[in-house]
Design a protein around this ligand. Structure first.
Ligand code: SF4
Length: 373
């Protein structure tokens, strides 16, 4: 069906116009893969829980969260065994809750005429507001349930958040003094905030965003050119469904197999990056906790910090990781070498063939800088 509006997900899909034609206009491949089902379920749970807190005027309600999780896990047919981590993360989210008094909007669909006769639709996960001294603050929050945690720079340069900030401050809630955007990483119950900005200083960015949207509008709705274009869109979210279906004219069968395998590598890398980040956070926390002790015990094993030497305080996480992938890993360090060993253990004889790919991906955090081109 030809659309009469654009949205952020359409702009993303439209980086390849063949994908846009198949997924958005022809509405093919809409069942989604397992990861997308999980994502939808998590969103539904968080949204239902948020609504419940607002209705009951509560900051947190653990019992209600457990019931909501059970209900939607059942409805989406998700096995608790497979998604125990997700369940745990959601329960943590339920325990911490949110300050209901700050919430201005929760997952509302906005239909906005950003230019005469041109509409954009957006669902903003959460908008908060509060007062600091004489200043009114607005916060725009997007929920993500991937494992990697974005940095402050990533958040400041995030296309979707820049767009939502523009829509919120220009059209939805005018008259605030300051704004900041944030990504709530549901799997870690952690929000990475961007810079707090004065709304008066954002005029040029808002103009640039309007120009960007006008160009996207023309490209998606007015031109009718449906050529395939290779890029990140072929690989993200587990791979383009047209590609995985073997129907993309730009990829041969061999490449499709490589992508399937590279998805495995990428999930490993994501997990390792996350573990590494946890490890660094734990080091700081534990340094504080055990100022005068050198070692302590985690799950029956010693872990500790020796100044100037290699160490890992995140022993529990490493043990958990090793158990999950059925590999052994020495607890002292979680450096490039031990990561390499984890990969070798996991991929066994295939490791040699995919080593260059792993080296390319390993622990290198790519910034997702956004430009208005
Ligand atoms: S795999 Fe093909 S159809 Fe899919 S995004 Fe890439 S070029 Fe487009």
């Amino acid at each position: 069906m030809i659309k009469d509006h654009i949205s952020h997900s359409q702009i993303q899909t439209g980086r390849c116009m063949l994908k846009y034609k198949k997924l958005v206009i022809d509405e093919e491949y809409h069942t989604g893969n397992e990861r997308q089902t999980l994502g939808n379920c998590v969103h539904k749970i968080v949204y239902t829980y948020g609504k419940h807190l607002l209705k009951e005027k509560m900051d947190a309600d653990y019992d209600a969260m457990v019931k909501i999780i059970d209900h939607y896990f059942d409805e989406f047919n998700l096995s608790e065994n497979l998604y125990r981590d997700v369940r745990k993360a959601l329960i943590l989210f339920g325990e911490r809750g949110m300050s209901f008094e700050k919430v201005l909007d929760l997952e509302k669909l906005w239909k906005i005429e950003f230019s005469k006769g041109k509409f954009i639709y957006a669902v903003i996960d959460r908008i908060n507001t509060y007062q600091v001294g004489s200043k009114t603050i607005i916060e725009i929050i997007d929920y993500k349930n991937h494992l990697n945690i974005l940095s402050k720079t990533d958040v400041d340069n995030h296309e979707q958040l820049a767009l939502y900030r523009y829509l919120a401050c220009r059209f939805i809630h005018k008259g605030f003094d300051k704004v900041r955007v944030g990504i709530h990483h549901l799997m870690h119950n952690w929000i990475t905030w961007g810079e707090m900005r004065s709304i008066d200083d954002l005029g040029r960015e808002f103009e640039a965003m309007e120009g960007y949207l006008l160009r996207q509008y023309a490209r998606l709705l007015e031109k009718g050119n449906f050529e395939p274009t290779m890029g990140n869109q072929c690989y993200e979210y587990g791979g383009c469904p047209i590609l995985l279906d073997g129907k993309c004219p730009l990829f041969k069968k061999k490449k499709v197999e490589e992508i399937y395998r590279s998805n495995d590598v990428k999930s490993m890398v994501t997990i390792i990056r996350t573990m590494d980040m946890h490890r660094q956070q734990m080091i700081d926390r534990v340094k504080d906790l055990v100022k005068d002790k050198t070692f302590f015990e985690v799950e029956g094993k010693l872990a500790g910090y020796v100044p100037g030497d290699s160490y890992s305080y995140d022993a529990a996480k490493v043990i958990d990781f090793c158990k999950r992938y059925n590999v052994s890993c020495d607890l002292k360090d979680f450096n490039v070498k031990s990561v390499e060993r984890l990969f070798k253990d996991y991929f066994k004889p295939d490791y040699k063939g995919i080593e260059p790919e792993i080296v390319k991906l390993r622990i290198i955090k790519k910034s997702t800088r956004f430009s208005y081109k």
